[in-house]
Design a protein around this ligand. Structure first.
Ligand SMILES: Cc1cc2nc3c(=O)[nH]c(=O)nc-3n(C[C@H](O)[C@H](O)[C@H](O)COP(=O)(O)O)c2cc1C
Length: 198
């Protein structure tokens, strides 16, 4: 493994920002597929990958999604060429025979009846990791990302995700951000405020 170039670190971290204003430049479906092929490689517990993605691009899907957003988030989504609805699948355990062949059948059976609190903690942890991977995969492909948690999740689940068994967690707007319209970056905690070495 080699340390990445400073250009790569800039693109992934140092210059990368959360974007909310978008250039009029489309994101082809093939690029969204490439994005998934990178993001799917993030580690998850027992390789369970509970996360699912609905990429919203069409005018009709956008219209429905807009109805689930507070006014402050509507334009940020509508002007983005694509928005990923990041969700988790309530039947994620059914994929364990494929995802973890050594013990998949047993895990699928055990998790089918696991207590809701345990399941929720599991999906919260793993979907967060997978959403983060989506953002960094987007940056690696030259895209910008704009995560948004402010939306009516029950409404999205009952409309765009109806009949899927998927439960929305986060929106990630995707496209080419207008860097000229970025506000200054908010501060971060220094190492000594946020970290210890034991
Ligand atoms: C889980 C999550 C939820 C967020 N929700 C919203 C939101 O509803 N609306 C919004 O405008 N920005 C939202 N943001 C964007 C954050 O405010 C932004 O990522 C943060 O300030 C860092 O900005 P930077 O990447 O430019 O440094 C959200 C970000 C995350 C990670």
């Amino acid at each position: 493994m080699q340390r990445l170039s400073s250009e790569a670190l800039d693109q992934l971290f140092l210059q990368a920002r959360t974007h909310q204003k978008w250039l009029d430049r489309p994101v082809p479906d093939a690029l969204l597929r490439e994005l998934y092929e990178l993001a799917k490689l993030t580690p998850t517990a027992t390789n369970s990958h509970p996360t699912r993605y609905l990429f919203v691009k069409s005018a009709e899907a956008r219209r429905v999604l807009a109805e689930a957003l507070p006014p402050s988030n509507v334009e940020k989504m509508l002007k983005a060429p694509a928005t990923a609805v990041v969700a988790w699948d309530e039947r994620y355990h059914a994929q364990m025979p494929k995802l973890f062949p050594a013990r998949g059948e047993a895990l699928a059976a055990a998790w089918a009846t696991q207590p809701t609190a345990a399941r929720d903690a599991w999906v919260l942890q793993n979907t967060g990791l997978e959403a983060s991977a989506l953002i960094y995969a987007a940056r690696a492909l030259g895209l910008d990302a704009g995560p948004m948690g402010g939306f009516d999740k029950a409404k999205v689940d009952a409309t765009l995700l109806a009949g899927t068994g998927w439960h929305s967690v986060l929106l990630v707007n995707l496209g080419y951000g207008d860097a000229a319209q970025l506000p200054p970056r908010l501060p971060r905690l220094d190492f000594d405020e946020a970290a210890r070495i034991a």
